[in-house]
Design a protein around this ligand. Structure first.
Ligand SMILES: Nc1nc2c(c(=O)[nH]1)N[C@H]1C(S)=C(S)[C@@H](COP(=O)(O)OP(=O)(O)OC[C@H]3O[C@@H](n4cnc5c(N)ncnc54)[C@H](O)[C@@H]3O)O[C@H]1N2
Ligand code: MOO
Length: 502
């Protein structure tokens, strides 16, 4: 990645996709008023606003038509749009083939040479001219000397697959179809005969791919086959979009990184989740740096001039935890101290509302993910993935909607209301689904709710197990359903999850 990283480094020396892109305001994304409003029946905590403007900063401008949720912050849709427009694509880097795998082509791929480069034999045998029998007048091997003269009718050259056929050759007679002619007329000369249609077993110059042909469009993913194709067409390097590099800071005194968590400890579930998510969105995540609670450690890590692997700092830094209002949650205070520009401060989505997006003074984007792991996944899909797709020039994932089918039976409205309290609206839509694990849908009065769902015959159905602290539901899910505030049934938007293999 040497070339890519140096291209990336150049970004920080002046231009760069992360500064305000042309036509994009650095004045903030626009968004709903971030007022405080009473919390709904949330995730077992208060609904205090997460979107109070950072002291000394003006609140983001209002986006009409997108109200703030119970805990304040932008609507989920607006937050995604802000993230998607917070950066433009990184510059194009010309990288050696061996480093291009997995990137997207920044320009169309042309054939620099025709394939094959000449009229060549497609079989081992004899290149023949005219009618049989043929007197063999030479031997041509692939990579060997070219047969200089034109073949005259009644002659042939012994030829290897891939070797250029001499001028005048009309077909290649495979060894298997050749008959040695022994006759007084042949004398000591090698003479062969056989039956072959004109043109057989000769691959014509440019027949597979003519010179100059556009074989792939810009945006194509560089797969193993693309690398082989590009090499065959004469390329040593490929123009690719640099992939954004994401450094990861995981905060929390209670967080441990291996083994069984002891009393009061919790295993880091976000660090292991991020690399695949980042790669799926077109970026590359560095090894996380685990930080204790405390403003100074966070400030030092965020203002560091190198990435967590000691290299350049990358384009995006993700901070896990410290996003809320507790005594150990210093992210907002640290960002304010560093002079960061807050682009999104809280999102009206459950779970995940304390998430945030900011631009650091050096141009990097900072994404704050809540500590609760499912909330962190929701936040990453809301802010991190769209920002990375924009930086890497990845096309937006096409929107999809589906009927959200809520199972009945054990998860009847009565049962669900009993577990959540009588005032919680529960929407149950027939017909019942029995093949998938049961889950319920509890639309929020003012916030979008992200529900882990699995595909079923009728659409999608909740898998359950998607409380903020649990990734169990997401691990079972095919997608997250975007359940709008006050949803009363009907199709819902789906947010894709990195595809499962098989
Ligand atoms: N007074 C308020 N308290 C809270 C609010 C609020 O609006 N007002 N929001 C709640 C919500 S929603 C969330 S989500 C959390 C977010 O808190 P933080 O981002 O500050 O994260 P922590 O407090 O550090 O941790 C929350 C929870 O997650 C566990 N955790 C933390 N990091 C990890 C990790 N890497 N892997 C697994 N689990 C992790 C941590 O132990 C806590 O249990 O704030 C609520 N509070
Ligand atoms: O509980 Mo919080 O909504 O982000 O998990």
């Amino acid at each position: 990645m040497v070339i890519i990283r140096s291209a990336v480094q150049r970004i920080f020396k002046g231009q760069g996709a992360l500064g305000a892109p042309p036509g994009r305001s650095r004045e903030g994304p626009g968004g709903e008023p971030s007022g405080v409003s009473p919390g709904g029946p949330g995730e077992g905590h208060t609904g205090e606003s997460c979107a109070d403007p950072t002291p000394g900063r003006r609140p983001p401008p209002t986006v009409s038509g997108h109200r703030a949720g119970a805990a304040g912050g932008l609507s989920w849709e607006s937050a995604r749009r802000v993230a998607a427009s917070a950066a433009g694509p990184l510059p194009v880097a010309e990288v050696p083939l061996r480093l291009a795998y997995g990137h997207r082509l920044a320009r169309p791929l042309h054939a620099l040479v025709p394939v094959p480069g000449a009229d060549v034999a497609a079989m081992d045998g004899y290149a023949v001219a005219g009618d049989p029998p043929w007197r063999v007048v030479g031997l041509v091997l692939a990579g060997g000397a070219v047969f200089g003269a034109a073949l005259v009718p009644g002659t042939a050259v012994e030829i290897a697959t891939g070797a250029p056929v001499p001028e005048g050759a009309e077909a290649v007679l495979p060894y298997e179809a050749a008959v040695r002619v022994i006759s007084p007329a042949a004398g000591r000369a090698k003479v062969v005969s056989g039956v072959i249609e004109p043109g057989r077993h000769i691959r014509r110059r440019g027949e597979d791919c003519p010179q100059g042909a556009v074989v792939l469009t810009a945006g194509s993913v560089v797969t193993p086959a693309v690398l082989g194709l590009a090499a065959g067409l004469g390329h040593d390097t490929l123009p690719v979009r640099a992939r954004p590099v994401v450094s990861v800071l995981v905060t929390g005194d209670e967080v441990v990184t291996r083994g069984l968590p002891g009393p009061g400890r919790v295993r880091d579930a976000i660090g292991p989740m991020l690399p695949g998510l980042v790669e799926w969105a077109g970026g590359r995540a560095e090894e996380p740096l685990w930080l204790p609670d405390g403003a100074s450690a966070l400030a030092a890590a965020l203002s560091g001039v190198s990435g967590t692997d000691g290299g350049p700092p990358g384009e995006v830094v993700v901070v896990c935890g410290a996003s809320s209002k507790g005594p150990a949650d210093h992210l907002r205070e640290v960002l304010a101290g560093l002079g960061a520009e807050i682009l999104v401060d809280g999102v009206a989505v459950r779970p995940g509302h304390p998430q945030l997006l900011a631009r650091l003074p050096d141009g990097r984007l900072a994404v704050g993910l809540p500590g609760n792991p499912y909330a962190a996944l929701v936040a990453a899909l809301t802010l991190l993935v769209p920002a990375l797709r924009a930086l890497s020039g990845e096309p937006e994932i096409p929107g999809e909607s589906a009927a959200l089918v809520v199972p009945t039976g054990s998860d009847t409205p009565a049962a669900t209301a009993a577990s959540h309290g009588p005032d919680v609206p529960v929407v149950t839509v027939a017909p019942e689904v029995t093949a998938a694990p049961a889950g319920s849908v509890r639309p929020h009065a003012t916030d979008t709710r992200m529900v882990a769902v699995r595909r079923c015959a009728q659409g999608v159905t909740p898998v359950g197990h998607d409380r903020p602290g649990s990734l169990w539901g997401a691990a079972l899910a095919d997608a997250l359903a975007v359940v709008p505030p006050g949803w009363e049934g009907g199709p819902v938007e789906l947010v894709a999850l990195p595809a499962q293999r098989g």
